[in-house]
Design a protein around this ligand. Structure first.
Ligand SMILES: [Zn+2]
Ligand SMILES: [Zn+2]
Length: 259
């Protein structure tokens, strides 16, 4: 089946440039160093799946002509991954169809706290909110949306459970800090991998570049791209330092995936 993945955003939670920062990367003229909040789009057999919906979603949807969606796959409920959720209203204006939203039970509870009006059943068909059809995920398993198998698995960041998604030989793993070795069973056979790495130094919440490389090597994908990249990393300087099969992701990069 024809399928592809498009990076809508590859930046850390602040986006790059960071407001008020005059570091070399934030001042850089290279478009590779301009990173919107992390998000991706899978196109698969005519279906369109959005991974996360951060504060830059409107800009991303306009830039990449995302005029239709078939599902939202939510990794977790930190601001940089959900703050654009209200923008999804416009899809309901157009097609009057609820949008399937796959998320963990933990994310569902958190989303309820942040966006209580999304759960107001009395206003079910109201135009004041996106009409999401929540599908709660267990820690790992397979969901089928529009006839397409979407595998999911879990890991954690600080104390938050985060969901990874896999379609065919492609997997998206962002905001990963702690994981059990079972994750490699879920990722067995993945040939194209996206994994987050914030800087050269590991943080409480994120892999360093070296940790992401180590993780990618364990997965053994043919190719890996880094995402969720902070402003301490210059795209052009970092790329040549990476192993040949590991690359810097950048906004607008699209590649084929096999499903
Ligand atoms: Zn994040
Ligand atoms: Zn900066």
């Amino acid at each position: 089946m024809e399928a592809s993945f498009l990076f809508l955003g590859t930046g850390a939670s602040t986006g790059i440039p960071v407001i008020g920062c005059d570091c070399a990367v934030c001042r850089s003229a290279s478009t590779f160093n301009r990173r919107l909040r992390p998000s991706g789009l899978i196109r698969c057999g005519g279906k369109v799946f959005l991974i996360d919906c951060g504060p830059d979603f409107r800009q991303q949807a306009l830039r990449y002509h995302i005029n239709h969606l078939d599902a939202l796959l939510l990794t977790h409920t930190h601001y940089d991954h959900i703050a654009g959720i209200d923008e999804l209203r416009v899809y309901f204006f157009h097609n009057k169809q609820p949008l399937p939203c796959l998320l963990s039970k933990e994310s569902f509870q958190e989303l309820k706290k942040h966006y209580d009006y999304l759960f107001d059943r009395e206003n079910h068909a109201s135009s004041v909110k996106p009409n999401l059809q929540f599908q709660l995920l267990n820690d790992s398993g397979t969901a089928i949306v529009e006839g397409i198998q979407i595998k999911h698995f879990s890991f954690s960041q600080c104390n938050m459970l985060v969901t990874g998604f896999r379609i065919g030989e492609f997997a998206y793993v962002t905001d990963i800090r702690n994981y059990s070795d079972e994750i490699f069973l879920s990722l067995q056979g993945v040939q194209k991998l996206v994994v987050s790495a914030i800087s050269n130094i590991a943080s409480r919440a994120h892999f360093s570049v070296d940790e992401a490389i180590e993780f990618a090597n364990k997965v053994g994908a043919q190719e890996t791209w880094l995402t969720h990249i902070g402003h301490s990393i210059d795209h052009e300087k970092m790329n040549p330092l990476l192993p040949p099969n590991i690359h810097m992701g950048y906004d607008g990069l699209e590649f084929k995936i096999s499903v």
